[in-house]
Design a protein around this ligand. Structure first.
Ligand SMILES: [Zn+2]
Length: 476
């Protein structure tokens, strides 16, 4: 038998069968059918799925078992007993959230991101991963991408890359999802021409990545005069907040529209932007609540608070009312595009990126991003709060620019933090988070104004990390 034929039979076919074996296509069909249901029918569908999840929790998940003296006769009564789940609680009691009936064969290990403290490990499952992938494909369809079309990923997470190995990640994405993977962690200027050549050959319908990776890629394309010889339907920014200036540069360089997805490695694909600019919640998959940061009390529609996510699919390791750490608001206004999926006001960023001034005022790291844009010699920056009244401003200065306008940025940043000492540190090595994201501000743990991170006992499970799906961040 010739080698090519042998390869096709022994390697290609089983992998292709594996791709065909997923339920993503069917899930996309379901989602496309439900996205235009009357709002009350959509809400009823969500309630049915929530009730099924609550039943699993009450009966089989140790963390949700009620004490002997408490009873809840209905799902609504049970829901009232459920307290929001923080990342620290998940980290310290993770094993208690695993359902007794979970099929360990299909569990997918995952890890929370975050800027401070050790990450929490948890498990998701194949159904959950496929339903989130379906929500992404449904969102892409709003931009003209046919479900199942080939895509390209700018891979931004060094941790995932290490875990799966570059080759392995490429193989999985290519064979299982028809996605071309281009490493962007870090993105090397010398590789740009090769990346463009690969994209031109593969001709993906969409290109996805972190906002910061796509922006850096687009900047390099423009600086080197590189263009694609085809037009993708859309570029998809995922897992990170997309700023307007980033969107403009990306749209110009790739010559196509840019869509934003609101997704998190701890929670999957939560909302997807439509061409009219509405960020539609995938409410068949998730229930989103906005809670007061202090008492975790649900807040009225329109008000900003902490976002809590209940994934309606993950029956293997349910996390009810999981506090994600993002500040956001639910919108009560319908979208002009006609989809009945409710809208989320675009999240304002992670609560971990808030600086706390001595007067009790909170200033978000994103507030400094626009200031930095006015000083082109500031390539990157990061504010690190080292105590109640002290902040270190790290600046990565672009030395190739003749003018130095960092002083203007420093003065404006100081004026936004009255009463605080701002020490400036020129640094070209501002570290990324373990998942490869840039963090504009962070607070170093200080017993005076922050809880110290708790130790992280590992989950008592011996599972094979070599599952068919990378962790959610990798695009599952
Ligand atoms: Zn819309």
């Amino acid at each position: 038998m010739d080698m090519a034929k042998l390869f096709l039979e022994k390697v290609t076919s089983p992998l292709r069968d594996k791709r065909a074996d997923t339920n993503v296509r069917d899930y996309v069909k379901e989602l496309l059918a439900s996205q235009s249901l009357p709002p009350e029918e959509l809400a009823a569908l969500q309630r049915v799925r929530l009730e099924a999840l609550l039943r699993v929790c009450a009966e089989t998940v140790p963390a949700y078992r009620l004490p002997e003296d408490e009873t809840a006769d209905t799902p609504a009564a049970f829901w009232k007993t459920v307290r929001p789940l923080t990342r620290a609680a998940l980290r310290n009691h993770g094993g208690d959230y695993l359902a007794a009936g979970a099929d360990r064969e299909t569990l997918i290990p995952a890890m929370t991101g975050g800027t401070s403290g050790p990450p929490a490990r948890f498990f998701t499952d194949r159904v959950t991963a496929e339903r989130h992938e379906a929500a992404r494909q449904r969102g892409l369809s709003w931009w003209g991408v046919k479900p199942g079309s080939r895509g390209a990923v700018l891979w931004g997470s060094p941790r995932e890359w290490e875990r799966f190995g570059g080759k392995e990640a490429r193989r999985r994405e290519w064979w299982l999802k028809d996605r071309l993977v281009l490493p962007a962690c870090p993105l090397r200027a010398a590789d740009m021409a090769e990346h463009i050549r690969k994209l031109n050959r593969f001709r993906p319908a969409y290109i996805m990545g972190y906002a910061s990776s796509l922006y850096a890629f687009a900047q390099r394309m423009e600086a080197k005069g590189l263009i694609l010889d085809f037009t993708p339907k859309v570029v998809l920014s995922a897992y990170e907040m997309l700023f307007d200036f980033q969107r403009e540069t990306i749209a110009r360089a790739f010559a196509c529209p840019v869509a934003s997805e609101y997704s998190a490695r701890d929670a999957g694909v939560l909302a997807f932007e439509c061409p009219q600019g509405g960020l539609h919640i995938a409410s068949e998959n998730v229930l989103l609540e906005v809670l007061e940061p202090e008492g975790f009390v649900p807040m009225p529609v329109g008000q900003t608070g902490l976002l809590a996510v209940t994934d309606l699919n993950n029956l293997s390791m349910p996390r009810l009312r999981y506090v994600l750490g993002d500040m956001a608001a639910l919108s009560g206004v319908p979208c002009s595009c006609g989809l009945s999926l409710p809208l989320l006001v675009p999240p304002e960023g992670r609560v971990e990126e808030l600086l706390l001034t001595p007067w009790g005022r909170l200033v978000h790291g994103h507030a400094f991003v626009r200031l930095a844009r006015l000083s082109p010699s500031v390539r990157r920056f990061q504010l690190v709060q080292r105590g109640p009244e002290r902040v270190v401003l790290k600046i990565d200065r672009d030395l190739s620019r003749p003018e130095d306008d960092t002083e203007e940025f420093i003065a404006k940043a100081r004026s936004m933090l009255p009463g605080m000492t701002v020490d400036v540190l020129m640094a070209d090595d501002i570290p990324l988070t373990p998942s490869g994201k840039h963090c504009y501000a962070l607070r170093e743990p200080d017993p005076d104004f922050d809880e110290a991170p708790e130790p992280s006992p590992d989950l008592d499970l011996d599972l094979d990390f070599d599952s068919d799906y990378p962790a959610p961040e990798a695009g599952a």
